[in-house]
Design a protein around this ligand. Structure first.
Ligand code: SF4
Length: 76
């Protein structure tokens, strides 16, 4: 049985939403920001301590739409 899983991660300023069913494993996110996106770690997304604007720019590089984000308290 497969279900549409949606994971959310936040640093208090931005929330990153990951939809694993859309991920095409391009590796763009973890090559671009390995300190934030690390598939060998659980949780694999850690935003705390990292610059919100840089996180948003990296999320926008995701080719499949598996990563998206929203500002806490308002849209990006
Ligand atoms: S950039 Fe997007 S599609 Fe590529 S590995 Fe990361 S989440 Fe998956």
């Amino acid at each position: 049985m497969t279900r549409d899983v949606i994971k959310r991660y936040t640093n208090g300023e931005v929330t990153v939403i990951w939809q694993p069913s859309l991920c095409v494993h391009s590796a763009i996110c973890f090559h671009g920001m390995p300190e934030v996106f690390d598939p060998r770690r659980r949780p694999w997304v850690v935003l705390v301590g990292h610059a919100t604007d840089a996180i948003i720019r990296q999320v926008e590089e995701c080719p499949s739409g598996a990563l998206s984000c929203e500002r806490v308290g308002g849209a990006v």
